[in-house]
Write a protein that binds this ligand. Structure first.
Ligand code: SF4
Length: 459
């Protein structure tokens, strides 16, 4: 089963799946040929290329079966929490209680891409006044209304304050339609005043102690609401165990990222790595399975690195990628153009850093929430990007802008300026809509020009 690593199409995967099954591949309950997801509506899969390992097959099947899993959770009596916007904090609390499961309605962000707009989600959002001046997360509004994509959770939370305008406006519109939301505030992370007590946050940012205390109090409100909803107390012991489980995921992912982004040749494609990173946010609604999926992927990467084999050419240009792409196909495009991803900042690096295990759990969670790159100044975010570019040895930078996103208007310029001041690497910013096919030739040309510039500097 340990065939030569390569990227294959959806049809090739279905043939390979049949061969692997015949050779004795054991699959989890959500396993099966990937083509069935396209037949059920995820038609974008037909245009993607995939890693050919059984570990990647399991990763994709796990991701694409989440809606079924949530429905199954509900049918088995688990209570669902829709956590919105914080990307990584509330789910750690939710999964500390055995009869709760969390997911992000925000994940509807990718539905226009996966369904190639063959849904009425954006039309519904338009009809409710949330037009394409908003980022693709507006698809979430349509998903709440048509109720075809995720089961309605019994409790909805949403962080507000230092969040993007898009999300606040859309979540307010969701609430106006009769979906009550428990709002909690995350303040803008500021630099401490001269003699103000300072706290170091996971990942290296700092914040005034008073802000950490404020977030802790906000999260205490969430803790009480979760306990009421679950019908049992959310004790410090349960939270500490939940943090330990979250750290288990983060630790496997840390090893996976280190290998996938540093080893040569590249042992795992960018698209599979993007999906793997996303699992850290809410464990794709099943913590234990997330651990198993990521561990299998890590083991495959370890095997490839030891054997000195990979999926891309040895001389692929090492690119650091900022922001998730609204169209997943663009991650393939970078590799088709001769690049590879070496380091990422997909807006949720606070969900990848280990949560401090030596602190009272609510203090640790508050510090993690404040470490969100999007709640502080772009200067902080850029500092981390520069440090990670150095760490992963990237030769070029791509800032992928998100259409309509309120945080994006100037961020590429700000990031580019700081990177140019500190590092001598070429950089481009590109805008990637949910379906980028019409722009594909332009995007490819721009990526090729970037990669060629980086290659020239090797000589
Ligand atoms: S504007 Fe950016 S941070 Fe806000 S919801 Fe859209 S993509 Fe996410």
């Amino acid at each position: 089963m340990n065939d030569r690593p390569r990227k294959i199409t959806l049809d090739q995967w279905d043939d390979r799946h049949a061969e692997l099954r015949a050779a004795g591949l054991n699959e989890p309950s959500y396993g099966g040929p990937l083509g069935r997801h396209a037949a059920q509506g995820d038609v974008r899969l037909r245009k993607l290329s995939f890693d050919n390992s059984p570990a990647a097959l399991r990763l994709w099947n796990f991701l694409l079966s989440e809606e079924d899993r949530l429905r199954d959770c509900k049918a088995r009596g688990k209570k669902l929490v829709g956590a919105m916007k914080d990307l990584g904090t509330v789910p750690v609390m939710v999964y500390s209680l055995p009869n709760l499961a969390a997911f992000y309605p925000d994940g509807a962000w990718w539905l226009p891409c996966m369904k190639e707009n063959r849904t009425d989600l954006l039309k519904i959002a338009d009809s409710l006044g949330i037009d394409d001046s908003f980022c693709p997360v507006r698809a979430m509004l349509g998903a709440f209304v048509n109720q075809k994509h995720f089961p309605l959770p019994g409790l909805l939370t949403c962080s507000v304050g230092a969040t993007c305008d898009d999300f606040s406006a859309i979540a307010q519109r969701v609430e106006s339609l009769g979906f009550p939301i428990l709002w909690w505030e995350i303040p803008h992370r500021r630099r401490p005043d001269g003699d103000e007590p300072v706290v170091e946050l996971p990942g290296g940012f700092t914040a005034p102690e008073t802000q950490v205390a404020f977030v802790r109090a906000e999260l205490e409100r969430i803790r009480r609401a979760l306990a009421d909803y679950a019908g049992e107390p959310l004790t410090d012991e349960l939270l500490s165990a939940g943090i330990e489980r979250a750290n288990q995921v983060r630790s496997i992912l840390g090893k996976l990222r280190e290998l996938a982004y540093c080893a040569n040749p590249c042992p795992m494609p960018a698209l599979e790595m993007l999906i793997a990173e996303m699992l850290a946010i809410h464990f794709c609604s099943d913590h234990n399975e997330t651990v198993a999926v990521l561990a299998e992927l890590r083991d495959e990467v370890v095997r490839r690195v030891r054997a000195g084999i990979g999926v891309l050419a040895d001389d692929a240009v090492r690119v650091f990628w900022v922001n998730p792409v609204a169209d997943l196909r663009v991650m393939n495009l970078l590799e088709d153009a001769g690049g590879r991803v070496c380091g990422t900042e997909y807006l949720f690096c606070h969900a990848l850093d280990p949560i401090p295990a030596d602190l009272p759990p609510m203090e640790a969670l508050a510090r993690m929430a404040l470490a969100d790159p999007m709640v502080g100044s772009p200067r902080d975010r850029t500092g981390r990007i520069v440090a990670d570019i150095r760490r992963f040895g990237a030769e070029a930078l791509v800032v992928s802008r998100i259409p309509g996103a309120s945080h994006c208007a100037w961020e590429a310029a700000a990031i580019g300026e700081a990177v140019r001041a500190q590092l001598d690497i070429p950089m481009i910013d590109i805008e990637v809509p949910s379906l980028a096919d019409a722009m594909r030739p332009t995007l490819r040309t721009r990526l090729e020009a970037l990669l060629e510039t980086a290659r020239t500097r090797r000589r």
